[in-house]
Design a protein around this ligand. Structure first.
Ligand code: CA
Length: 342
């Protein structure tokens, strides 16, 4: 019974988070299972947030009580029609495994869950729309930064987390979340989630358009300017990402943190000035993922990879005629030590 539940949890992990399951596999036995349960709990929460077939009232109530459901044996939610609904249908299995974890680990997971849910609820009540860059940063913190902070507490259990490390964990999450939001623009907009900050229209001189208009072919030039601007904004988190990775003391957890960050920059490289973002999902080339997983073993190789993708982005910026953007980004790369300053 216990073994079946464990197996089902790993199965759900593979099903709902293919790239995350690959990253979890790099962790040693000590952390692998608790991280898997952590992921499933947050994936369930995220499924509630994203499933637009769940009525808003039900959704808000679910989010606000989600943390408590971890302690209710047998509770699950069967009315989701999301592609990831399996984690809600089988939530009783996830929560049963959660209650078997170490008390301190339970505490980190349930606390993260409560704080993320509270943040998500605020944006849902607002109509799942993001107006300003300040809101974009705040959404990135609640939808992903808090998870990175929780994982930091989980994987550095014997160290108090300084407020500086906390801020860096938030940046890490923001970087990943912004990449997701940039890449998933078409899917999100089709689903009535408007997560590109409206302010980007002002900053790129496109106030006559709405964010939805960017999907129309006639607005492609404006759409690409917004896309490139948002990528530039996401890349400003890179120095924090480097600082975070530099301070990791346990070599065995290094790849777990480094791989998603390098995948994120590789994805942004594919997305830069790419009209396909407005037609579907842009992905890293197949060989690219395997190469990244194999090579993110320590800081030196990770920096090499970051440099490769960063310079490709610089080339794309120059090719798109944005030499100012390229200059700004080169400066960011020097500050963060990805490139040597001359
Ligand atoms: Ca979400």
């Amino acid at each position: 019974m216990e073994r079946d539940e464990k197996e089902l949890c790993y199965q759900m992990l593979n099903q709902t988070g293919r790239s995350f399951s690959m990253v979890i596999a790099t962790l040693g036995d000590q952390f692998q299972y608790s991280t898997c349960i952590f992921y499933l709990v947050i994936r369930a929460l995220d499924t509630v947030e994203d499933d637009m077939t769940i009525p808003l009232d039900t959704k808000l109530l679910l989010l606000r009580t989600f943390q408590q459901k971890l302690y209710v044996p047998g509770w699950n939610y069967r009315d989701s029609r999301s592609k990831d609904a399996v984690v809600l249908h089988n939530f009783h299995v996830i929560s049963s495994q959660f209650r078997r974890l170490d008390k301190a680990v339970q505490c980190v997971i349930s606390d993260t869950c409560r704080r993320m849910a509270a943040g998500m609820a605020i944006f849902l009540e607002k109509g799942f729309v993001i107006d300003t860059f300040q809101e974009w940063n705040e959404y990135g913190r609640c939808a992903s930064g808090l998870m990175c902070l929780g994982l930091t507490r989980l994987l550095e259990p014997f160290k108090p987390i300084s407020s500086q490390r906390e801020q860096l964990a938030h940046s890490l999450g923001r970087f990943l979340q912004k990449m997701n939001i940039i890449r998933d623009f078409k899917e999100d907009t089709d689903d009535r989630r408007r997560l590109w900050p409206r302010e980007v229209l002002v900053r790129t001189g496109n106030t006559h358009l709405t964010v939805d208009d960017l999907l129309q072919r006639a607005n492609q030039q404006a759409a690409l300017r917004c896309l490139n601007y948002l990528i530039g904004d996401a890349l400003t988190h890179l120095p924090d990402v480097l600082l975070y990775l530099n301070a990791i003391q346990t070599p065995t957890v290094f790849p777990f943190w480094a791989i998603p960050q390098v995948m994120a920059i590789a994805t942004l490289e594919r997305c830069y000035n790419n009209p396909q973002v407005f037609e579907g999902k842009v992905k890293i080339l197949r060989g690219g993922t395997a190469m990244i997983v194999q090579n993110c073993t320590d800081m030196a190789t990770t920096k090499d990879l970051l440099r490769i993708y960063a310079l490709k982005i610089v080339a794309r910026m120059e090719c798109a005629g944005s030499s100012d953007e390229a200059k700004d980004f080169l400066a960011v790369l020097k500050t963060s030590g990805v490139l040597y300053s001359d």
